[in-house]
Design a protein around this ligand. Structure first.
Ligand code: GLU
Length: 334
């Protein structure tokens, strides 16, 4: 069991963070997103504008700390790309997956219709083109079996066997799938994608429609941060040797075309989705999940980005930072 004093301290820190970022000027939000409707302007947002939750799961004891909305399920959306990529790599190995999808940040929006022309493959598994290919690579007789395997993996990362695909979300995604469909057909015409495009598209959009809570996502992050072993259930979900590659791709490509700035400022592997979720994994330390649906111009959660940035500074989480803000302040005062 976690030490009660530490638990209290973390709870207080989280509460401060939550209060600090609770107020959000709608003018600072570029858009919201809803399946079936796509992106829409902040003035049309309802209750989702206020939805805000933070969860943190530690690696050493799997202790979960949460504040705000930690129980409302939301769709993984692009965050699912991490789990599908990890599974494809488990199935085929890094080299084989790399033949089909690169690990190069594209510098373009997640849904752009650009490919690595020199290598005839999508740039990376975190943009839609790459994610569609990695989902198709997941082993399985058909789309249904591939989806079962992806869903089963997400459940084990989160330690929650009741996670499911929200069919309503999926139906909404299918209504606005033209761009993904175009990307998929174009890739097949150029030999980057094989098989039944419609089946792959449905698989990809169903995996995007798996719903989780902040609690689930924080534990999933802690599993990645813990070398692939779920710190709550003790189950190994991803081979230790695979974790390095998955976290590297998250680090360089996980935050849409803001990935460079994220790596610079926040400095932890993370992935966001249009539903306003962010999953971050701090190796050896913790998994962090934030949900707040207001998005910035890159498509990342406005509050989520701010919370992660502040947490990184205050707790010294940046991959290349030796100390936390508290330690820096203490050192400069002495
Ligand atoms: N369902 C979305 C799409 O593929 C996911 C996008 C995202 O979260 O970035 O268009």
């Amino acid at each position: 069991m976690p030490d009660a004093a530490i638990t209290r301290q973390v709870a207080q820190r989280l509460r401060e963070l939550y209060e600090h970022h609770r107020t959000l000027d709608p003018r600072e939000v570029a858009s919201f997103y809803e399946p079936g409707r796509g992106t829409y302007p902040p003035e049309l947002a309802g209750a989702e504008a206020d939805r805000f939750g933070i969860a943190l799961a530690t690696v050493d004891d799997g202790a979960l700390h949460t504040v705000g909305d930690d129980t409302t399920p939301f769709a993984l959306q692009s965050i699912s790309k991490v789990f599908a990529y990890a599974l494809a790599v488990e199935d085929h190995g890094e080299d084989e997956v790399m033949r089909h999808v690169g690990v190069e940040p594209s510098g373009d929006a997640f849904n752009s219709i650009v490919f690595d022309e020199r290598r005839n493959r999508p740039y990376n598994p975190m943009v839609n083109a790459g994610a569609i290919v990695t989902s198709s690579l997941v082993r399985g007789r058909d789309g249904a079996e591939k989806l079962d395997r992806i869903l089963d993996a997400v459940r084990r990362y989160a330690g929650n066997p009741s996670l499911r695909v929200d069919e309503e979300t999926f139906a909404g995604e299918m209504q606005i799938a033209d761009r993904n469909r175009a990307i998929a057909y174009l890739m097949r015409s150029q030999g980057m994608l094989e098989g039944d495009v419609e089946e792959t598209l449905e698989l990809y959009l169903r995996q995007c429609s798996i719903t989780v809570t902040c609690r689930d996502l924080a534990v999933a992050g802690a599993t990645l941060a813990n070398g692939g072993v779920n710190p709550v259930t003790g189950e190994r979900v991803l081979g230790r040797a695979r974790v390095r590659g998955v976290l590297s791709v998250m680090y360089t490509c996980g935050m849409y075309d803001f990935a460079g700035e994220w790596a610079f400022e926040v400095g932890v592997p993370a992935k966001s989705g249009v539903s306003g979720g962010i999953l971050a994994a701090v190796p050896g330390k913790m998994g962090i999940a934030v949900l707040s649906p207001g998005l910035d111009e890159y498509g990342n959660s406005v509050r989520g980005t701010r919370v992660c940035r502040e947490m990184s500074v205050r707790l010294g989480l940046h991959t290349f930072a030796a100390e936390s803000e508290d330690e820096i302040l203490r050192a400069s005062a002495s």
